[in-house]
Design a protein around this ligand. Structure first.
Ligand code: FES
Ligand code: FES
Length: 248
């Protein structure tokens, strides 16, 4: 008797039976899910996103990450791929104004949300105050990590303003904005790795952008040069762009 069929005579589950049941179970588990997500015959799924104030309609592979969607399908290559595992922060973007690692998000799961990349920070030909601060403080060397650092900086300034504490915040009972000391900046930027070690310049840049924000040159509201609110209602929505394909 084949050892793989050894227990068939006793009514117990054989190895071959087990594999068969597992494969069949997998098929049963996948088919309803595909139907529920509206997956088309080509293995694609329809979803929509607003990216840098531009509405997009997609019909793409549901396994696609936001990072690959941005870089491979929209050619927004400012957002960088470092580790592709959520460990370096090079892919940081803003999702509804909050920072997220684009390599860890499936694009289809963000349907209906608004994404801002480093390309969407400058407005009307004017750099965002955080971008300007990185230049003025030598906050980079090779620049590979810089788009993610800047997106993180923009979001963390708002986090501190809203009173969200970090692990180094001394007084957790206090309400109101939290002062962005160097220790706070280093802790809050710790998810963004810089292999060039430009950390002193990065901290100085975030400090300058935060001070400008506190003085009214807000990181997300119109700046002194009249840039538009990044996350508020926009006066002239751009036409919808449609992107389809099957490559993950
Ligand atoms: S590429 Fe996303 S965290 Fe490194
Ligand atoms: S500037 Fe080179 S990795 Fe940060």
């Amino acid at each position: 008797m084949n050892p793989n069929d050894r227990s068939s005579a006793t009514g117990e589950l054989t190895r071959r039976d087990f594999v068969g049941v597992g494969v069949a179970g997998g098929v049963i588990a996948v088919l309803p899910a595909a139907a529920q997500t509206g997956q088309g015959p080509g293995g694609t799924v329809s979803f929509s996103l607003t990216i840098n104030n531009q509405q997009h309609e997609f019909d793409l592979d549901p396994r696609l990450t936001v990072l690959d969607l941005l870089r491979e399908h929209l050619k927004l290559t400012g957002t960088k791929k470092g580790c592709d595992h959520g460990q370096c922060g090079a892919c940081t973007v803003l999702l509804n104004g909050e920072r997220r690692n684009a390599c860890l998000m499936l694009a289809v799961m963000q349907s209906g949300k608004e994404i801002t990349t480093v390309e969407g920070l400058a407005q009307g030909g004017q750099l965002h105050p955080a971008q300007q601060a990185f230049i003025e403080n030598d906050g980079f060397q090779c620049g590979y990590c810089t788009p993610g650092q800047i997106c993180s900086a923009v979001a963390l300034i708002e986090e501190a303003k809203s009173g969200a504490p970090s692990v180094v915040t001394a007084d957790l009972t206090r309400t109101g904005p939290i002062e962005l000391t160097d220790a706070e900046i280093r802790e809050r930027m710790s998810g963004n790795i810089c292999r060039c070690g430009a950390y002193d310049g990065i901290v100085a840049a975030v400090r300058q952008a935060a001070q400008g924000s506190a003085e009214g040159t807000d990181s997300t509201r119109p700046n002194r040069r009249g840039a538009r609110n990044l996350f508020g209602p926009q006066d002239q929505p751009a036409p919808v762009l449609r992107v389809s394909g099957s490559r993950a």
